[in-house]
Design a protein. Sequence first.
Length: 92
Amino acid sequence: MSTTVRIPGPLRRYTDNADKVQVDAGNLVDVINQLNSLFPGIQDRLLDDAGEMRYFVNVYLNGEDVRFLQGLETPINDGDEVSIVPAVAGGS
């Protein structure tokens, strides 16, 4: 199953500056594992030591926050789009 993963600017140094990556995955865990196989070290930026998504990283599947789906076990289908979005904080 081919899935497009959109890579945010801060993580592109791990992906040789690629803003999109194609992976074959059955669920979100597979996506992250495959990204880490292609680009070692990127998984550490997405998951904490317990293997859970870091609180400042938001992941969307076709525009829906995976935290409201099945989290890391969210199934991925052929043609889906996964977007990794770092949390933004601040303001005045």
